[in-house]
Design a protein around this ligand. Structure first.
Ligand code: ZN
Length: 504
């Protein structure tokens, strides 16, 4: 064994041990959101803080830096692309973790907890000015974080974006967002003027919770989520947590009088879960065994939720079982009416309830605003006015309250700045991957209508999941779809689908 082989193996052991420790917090976090009795919250916070400190210590151990230097100085002798990718991404993560002074890490965590609490109250009382002092502190800290980690080019925002979408820049995102926004604004207005208004009341009839669970589980299983290596539980905020090989936890929430929430929420989280279950076990804890980026993760959930789950073909297969399970709600509803209802498009204030056409506009609004907050072009005090102005420009309506406007999302209070664009990137990547899959597998709607989901799932396993972080997202899409990030496949897919639904 030569020196660099030895250093590489030592590096992997360190990375894997850190990931193993981090996955212990993941179990505790999942439990906190699902089963923890309220009185245990403080003890749980102490457990998580202890583990977070230990993980940070391991991840920033100077020995990792030494091993990386040794490997980098011998880089010409490493011709294995997988090893190169692991070293490249380990360096990236090590630098991010070590560049932040401990004081800043602790201050960010402290302010995030307090600011989150203030945000919950401010949203409840509908008063933006109660949240403003916390937002100001948070923006200052995030600007400090950006200058500590550093960035190429002139946008400090890129340093924050990089945490969620490694390698992405605001310039690259703008190039896709600007044309996408123009197309979407005109599509939304054409839909609004079409005079077609689907009857969505059929979705708020009575859907017994137990039956919803049964149906959601059977659909998640059908598309390829493995319940012998995962679970579905109830939580206030739906999420997917890939704890480790063989253990992926999904959550959803049920409303007896709202069918789409739990059903499409479960498909969405199962899409994330199929990605987690598709990662290579033997690479667990290293970049090659981790997802590429949040944008690529979201491409998987959105593909199963929207491109598959809200398609006509999907309901060719699933509508009869749905009618059987919910005879009271759907017995007298034909499939066409149901299909139109689940694809109802209309401008609305709340992002998480938005349809697939207006959804991306909600994201672009947030992207514009958070970029301006970080650059200093927008003062936090002027956020609400700016929000309402852009909202009107995109949607033709103005939020009636702060809670329905700039106070609606948890992200900024928690310091998650640079996160929002990954949702829209996911939608664009999903459309690009879907076309690439069809080129290889043929017309997917025919397979979907027969309930044959395995070919698509396996295609995603091979082309995306098993590659881990071998490529950055912008390169992965080139390798898989033969083109760089583009808004065109998404807009074509939406125009196609909604022209038919709304007689455009
Ligand atoms: Zn998601």
């Amino acid at each position: 064994m030569n020196a660099s082989t030895k250093a590489y193996e030592e590096l992997l052991i360190r990375l894997k041990n850190t990931a193993l420790l981090a996955s212990c917090s993941a179990v505790l976090e999942w439990d906190e959101q699902t089963y923890l009795p309220p009185e245990g919250a403080e003890h749980r916070a102490n457990q998580l803080a202890l583990l977070a400190g230990m993980v940070h210590e391991q991840a920033t151990n100077p020995e990792i830096g030494n091993l990386l230097l040794e490997l980098e100085s011998n880089s010409s002798s490493i011709d294995d692309v997988f090893e190169q990718a692991n070293i490249r991404e380990a360096r990236h993560e090590y630098d991010r973790a070590t560049k932040l002074p401990r004081r800043l890490v602790e201050e960010l965590s402290r302010v995030a907890t307090l600011s989150h609490h203030a945000w919950v109250q401010a949203r409840k009382n509908n008063r933006f000015k109660d949240f403003l002092p916390w937002l100001e502190q948070m923006i200052d800290l995030k600007r400090e974080q950006a200058s500590a980690t550093g960035y190429q080019g002139k946008n400090a925002y890129d340093a924050l974006l990089d945490e969620y979408e490694p390698g992405a820049t605001s310039e690259m995102i703008e190039q896709a967002f600007i044309p996408l926004r123009n197309e979407l604004v005109s599509l939304v207005s054409a839909i609004k003027n079409s005079g077609v208004t689907p009857d969505t009341s059929i979705l708020t009839r009575k859907y017994p919770v137990e039956k919803q669970r049964e149906f959601s589980v059977s659909a998640a299983e059908a598309i390829g989520f493995r319940f012998d290596a995962g679970r579905l539980d109830i939580a206030a905020h739906p999420f997917c947590s890939g704890i480790g090989p063989g253990d992926c936890r999904l959550t959803t929430r049920y409303d007896e009088h709202h069918f789409p929430g739990a059903f499409f929420g479960t498909l969405h989280e199962a899409g994330h879960g199929i990605y987690e279950q598709g990662l290579c076990k033997e690479h667990f804890g290293t970049p090659l065994g981790s997802s590429t980026s949040l944008g690529i993760h979201e491409s998987q959930s959105r593909m199963w939720e929207n491109l598959v789950g809200r398609s006509h073909a999907f309901w060719d297969y699933f509508y009869r079982p749905a009618q059987k399970l919910f005879p009271e709600a759907l017995g007298n509803v034909d499939q066409g009416a149901f299909y139109r209802a689940i694809n109802d498009v209309r401008p609305s204030f709340i992002r998480v309830e938005a349809d697939e056409v207006t959804y991306n506009l909600h994201i672009m609004l947030r992207f514009e605003l958070e970029k301006a907050l970080i650059s200093g072009d927008l003062k936090p005090a002027d956020l609400e006015a700016a929000w309402n102005e852009i909202f009107f420009e995109y949607f033709g309506i103005t939020p009636d309250t702060s809670a329905n406007g700039c106070l609606q999302d948890v992200h900024w209070s928690a310091g998650l700045i640079g996160y929002f664009p990954t949702y829209a990137l996911g939608n664009m990547y999903a459309a690009q991957f879907f076309i690439a899959a069809e080129k290889e597998l043929g017309d997917l709607s025919q397979l979907i209508a027969r309930g044959e989901f395995v070919p698509l799932k396996e295609w995603l396993n091979q082309n995306i999941h098993q590659r881990g972080k071998l490529f950055r997202a912008n390169r992965l899409v080139e390798v898989v779809a033969g083109e760089s990030l583009s808004h065109e496949p998404l807009i074509a897919q939406l125009q196609n689908k909604y022209s038919e639904l709304y007689n455009l």
